[in-house]
Write a new protein. Structure first.
Length: 106
């Protein structure tokens, strides 16, 4: 996690997994089996990861001079199920490829 892009990648994947756990495991446990603690703890962890994701997104946006459109897409990805996975696959990988290409040409 030594670059903003790598941090965004790792936090984005982790945040996406926590959202899926919250939606598809903890919430059914709460509402179908009357286990509210599942949502309490999973929700808390997801909230922390969400804030870390937003921070990592803003840091990457500043360092790599991303357009406003790309930043907005990152924010949208943070609230849509599977969004961080898609954002990572398209935007983060694209930036990674661009950096590798620049290193080769330098």
């Amino acid at each position: 996690m030594n670059t903003p892009l790598k941090r965004l990648h790792i936090i984005g994947i982790t945040e996406g997994i926590s959202a899926l756990l919250l939606f598809f495991v903890a919430m059914p446990l709460k509402y179908m089996l009357d286990m509210p603690l599942a949502v309490k703890y999973t929700g808390w962890a997801h909230g922390v990861l969400f804030m870390l994701y937003i921070g990592a997104l803003l840091q990457a946006a500043l360092v790599y001079r991303w357009s406003l459109v790309k930043i907005v897409l990152g924010f949208i990805a943070s609230v849509v199920p599977f969004g961080t996975f898609i954002f990572d696959a398209k935007v983060v990988k694209e930036q990674e490829t661009k950096l590798i290409r620049e290193e080769v040409l330098a």
